[in-house]
Design a protein. Sequence first.
Lengths: 114, 114
Amino acid sequence: KTQVEQSPQSLVVRQGENCVLQCNYSVTPDNHLRWFKQDTGKGLVSLTVLVDQKDKTSNGRYSATLDKDAKHSTLHITATLLDDTATYICVVGAVVGDNSKLIWGLGTSLVVNP
Amino acid sequence: GGIITQTPKFLIGQEGQKLTLKCQQNFNHDTMYWYRQDSGKGLRLIYYSITENDLQKGDLSEGYDASREKKSSFSLTVTSAQKNEMAVFLCASIPGTGVYAEQFFGPGTRLTVL
């Protein structure tokens, strides 16, 4: 069973529109959640990290929320640009004692059209 | 700022061949990782290393060897390439050893096995 599920699988928007990406997970414990952006053919770049039980972060046009009770996170992209075309991946960090593990989602593929 | 470089960028191998991928980072980070990224699957951890000459197996270590020759470099060897295998291998690093730290990724090595 997939422990980190992202939706939608793919999304197409027009430049200037806003969009919301979802991440639902069943990982326990859920110490933190991070969103990454992966441009085609490139490595992953961290956008934001969420840590608190109910957390919100903002990084320019990217804002994110986390609700650990619902085990749910959202990534909002405001006024999309062509350069936002990429795959967005969420990852949940689980720490138990000295052991830590990252559980990765499959990503949402976002295409921003002119 | 620093950078992570991976060589080669593209790797084409033959079935049964031993193939080596290299990763270098100039962040002076302690921990380095090798991940495999397949279409339709989340990132899977192959090996990681918390310091020079240290090696820790991930979930997908079977079929791979790794070597942390010095702090700045981490190599991965596919011991016997599988026919029709196609995947992207991503190297990452973090300062220290904590899972909360932001991972910095290289651009990846794209493997195709004929």
